[in-house]
Design a protein around this ligand. Structure first.
Ligand SMILES: Cc1ncc(COP(=O)(O)OP(=O)(O)O)c(N)n1
Ligand SMILES: Cc1nc(C(=O)O)sc1CCOP(=O)(O)O
Ligand SMILES: [Mg+2]
Length: 486
């Protein structure tokens, strides 16, 4: 796969995940006298996030005309438009994608006709079908029927256990379909779906807009993901716990924190460090995991061997998943944030638990004992870390003189992620922010390359926003998508 194609795929997948939560599928049989375009507009006003035009009885001309009309409406709301079954119509109206079932065209053939950039959705009822569809080029799966449905004759039901198994087996997102309404939707709570596809609960409702709004609210509660940062507090708010919590919120995830140490610091340096006791750190972690189990965890400043032992022990005990370890060693100002003996504990106890470690160039050199002068050296060092600790490695190129390209090294080998260098000296907390954003996107179910790319895009925006505070290297604008400072 070429690098640029891979980048396109990652960008497409990130956009698709945002579109899946409430996926409305049209069916004019539920509409009575109401024109389809009016019903679709009401659904869009109610907050549906993607529309599929499903027509079983229209001739080609009428289907194409309807597709052009509904596509224009969807795009006016910035919502992707998908055509059911008919690739010819989808290509003719330049739809965003197509949904096909097991009885329709072969997935490989559909992908070949659509090219790499269009969205391809495929129905699946079993794990085998799901894996085959993913392998052949599907971008998402429609899995059902999860409840009895009146919208499709002979739609066989699948168990919620099967839905869960399919979600766990594939790395593309899954939407549940079939008989979903605002009363039963909460039964899908533990299934790891990325959204719900719905016909009658929206289009058979007397007030389509209100029905869509209520379903959207239910889905928000159902799909809310959580992330935990285990790190040090930065009194000045630009790095550490404070940066992580702001980042998690901005990335659409509920953030929680366990504090390893208080630091008295600002943009010019660290004036003091007061670590938590191991017992108190352990108590914080127990309070969190016993109540709101995080969908992802990041660690930042872990400070000392006894604190690392507590963190590793509790993460193992609770079988925490999606763990991002940012090996924070030395602050940009030169302050030591990890005692020398703790480097061994970090490597031996935390790295093997990590889904990803995120060293910058200096940290990569310190961790490997290698000196890094170019991209080939970065690959050698990242491969060494991946082989030694069995975790994926993001070797960050933010301090490279020419570009900000990062190297993601997994068991599949190297993947270079190009980065744009932003001309901004205010970089306090960039490492914390990136690792927190990666954790947030892993919590939302993004694959690792997608999570890293989405986090890089978020960080680029936070740097580009150009906040300028303090007398040293200032903090980022973590809320750049949410608000502008006056
Ligand atoms: C999102 C989504 N999931 C499943 C289906 C069903 O597709 P298919 O099995 O091809 O059945 P028809 O919709 O064509 O009758 C879907 N349309 N959308
Ligand atoms: C189109 C479709 N496909 C299904 C499947 O199981 O693949 S169930 C279904 C109908 C979904 O409509 P409603 O939300 O009204 O139940
Ligand atoms: Mg079909």
């Amino acid at each position: 796969m070429s690098l640029s194609l891979c980048q396109n795929n990652i960008t497409k997948a990130c956009a698709l995940r945002k579109a899946l939560p409430l996926y409305a599928i049209t069916d004019r049989r539920w509409l009575g006298d109401k024109p389809l375009a009016q019903a679709v507009k009401e659904a869009l006003l109610g907050g549906v996030t993607m529309i599929q035009l499903r027509e079983k009885n229209l001739d080609t001309d009428c289907f194409l005309q309807e597709a052009q009309r509904i596509k224009a409406l969807c795009h006016a709301f910035n919502v992707p438009f998908i055509v059911n079954d008919n690739i010819g119509i989808a290509l003719a109206c330049d739809a965003d994608g197509v949904h096909i079932g097991q009885q329709d065209m072969a997935v490989k053939e559909a992908r070949a006709l659509l090219g790499p950039n269009k969205i391809l959705g495929v129905s699946a009822k079993t794990t085998a079908q799901a894996l085959a569809a993913e392998n052949d080029g599907a971008d998402y799966l429609g899995v059902g029927a999860v409840f009895p449905t009146d919208s499709k004759a002979n739609a066989s039901e699948i168990s919620h256990n099967e839905l869960q198994r399919i979600c766990a087996a594939v790395s593309i997102p899954v939407v549940a379909i079939g008989g979903i309404n605002e009363k039963n939707i909460s039964k899908l709570q533990h299934s790891s779906i990325s959204g719900a596809a719905v016909i009658s609960a929206i289009f058979a409702a007397p007030d389509i807009r209100a029905a869509a709004t209520r379903l959207r609210q239910r889905l928000s509660a159902l799909l809310t993901k959580t992330a935990l940062t285990i790190a040090g507090s930065d009194a000045s708010g630009g790095a550490g716990i404070q940066a992580d919590l702001k980042t998690m919120l901005a990335c659409g995830v509920y953030g929680m924190s366990a504090i390893t140490a208080l630091t008295a610091q600002n943009t010019t340096g660290v004036a003091g460090v007061s670590p938590s006791t191991p017992d108190f750190l352990s108590a914080q972690l127990d309070s969190i995991f016993d109540d709101i189990f995080p969908d992802a965890v990041k660690t930042g400043m872990v400070f000392s061997t006894p604190l690392i032992a507590v963190i590793a022990g509790r993460l193992r005990h609770y079988q925490a998943k999606n763990i991002v370890v940012d090996p924070v060693m030395i602050a940009t100002s030169g302050a030591h944030l990890l005692s020398t003996d703790a480097i061994t504990a970090l490597k031996e106890q935390l790295f093997p638990l990590a889904t990803l470690i995120t060293p910058n160039l200096k940290e990569t050199e310190a961790l490997t004992g290698l000196s890094i002068a170019n991209k080939a050296d970065m690959e050698t060092a990242a491969r060494k870390l991946q082989a030694a600790y069995g975790c994926n490695v993001l070797c960050k190129g933010g301090h490279r003189p020419t570009d900000a390209d990062d190297l993601l090294y997994t068991a599949d080998g190297p993947l270079w992620l190009p980065g744009r260098r932003v001309d901004n000296p205010n970089t306090h907390g960039t490492g914390c922010t990136l690792s927190a954003a990666i954790a947030a996107h892993l919590a939302k179910g993004y694959s690792l390359p997608q999570a890293v790319q989405a986090a890089k895009d978020y960080l680029t925006g936070a740097l580009t926003a150009g906040l300028n505070l303090g007398h040293g290297a200032g903090p980022l604008h973590h809320g750049w998508q949410l608000c502008k400072f006056p």
